[in-house]
Design a binder for this molecule. Structure first.
Ligand SMILES: [Zn+2]
Length: 191
């Protein structure tokens, strides 16, 4: 799966940008609230309503830009989620044949990662989509990893990092029969 790096880093970047915008929003809001309030034009300088309106204007001015940025990022995220859903493989369950071949390739043991990038190696109970099904991962032997119950639960629907992919492919060179490919991960094309 060549494009995993691009997919993964795009999403990480989006997440980072969203956190940055939220911090920007909070800082802008705080400083607007703590700024010395200039009463709104036309109101008496000591009138409470004038002070409040001035405060309100200041807050609106301060949060407009980060607010627009948050909305734009939210739209981008919604478009990506929508495309993930459209990519979904109509078949979610691996066939018996795929399970048999995938489990045989893994020697019946979990292929996922324990600590320090080592192989988990507990008896595998599940066939797992390496690239998550919900994000458009294919129900194919190429996207099949043997997983124990614990790793399967821990993995959930997170997109694996390119480094995790490389480590799995490297580990596979040690146990996969020479007739099978070590490469892992497949995503459905957009319909
Ligand atoms: Zn495991």
């Amino acid at each position: 799966m060549q494009e995993l790096g691009r997919i993964y880093w795009t999403r990480q970047g989006l997440r980072l940008a969203y956190s940055a915008v939220m911090i920007w929003f909070a800082v802008a809001l705080m400083s607007a609230l703590m700024a010395k309030v200039t009463p709104a034009a036309g109101a008496g300088p000591s009138s409470a309503a004038g002070v409040l309106r001035g405060l309100f204007d200041g807050v609106v001015a301060a949060v407009t830009l980060p607010g627009v940025a948050a909305v734009v990022l939210g739209i981008v995220a919604a478009v990506m989620t929508n495309r993930d859903v459209r990519r979904r493989d109509p078949v979610r369950r691996f066939t018996r044949q795929q399970r048999r071949e995938g489990m045989a390739r893994a020697g019946g043991l979990c292929e996922l990662e324990a600590d320090f990038g080592r192989r988990c190696g507990r008896p595998a109970e599940h066939g797992d989509h390496f690239y998550p099904w919900s994000k458009g991962g294919s129900t194919s032997l190429q996207n099949f990893v043997a997983a124990c119950a614990r790793c399967n639960r821990a993995k959930r629907a997170r997109i694996p990092s390119p480094a995790q992919q490389q480590r799995l492919e490297r580990r596979r060179r040690d146990y996969v029969p020479p007739s099978s490919s070590v490469s892992v991960g497949e995503r459905q094309p957009l319909p």
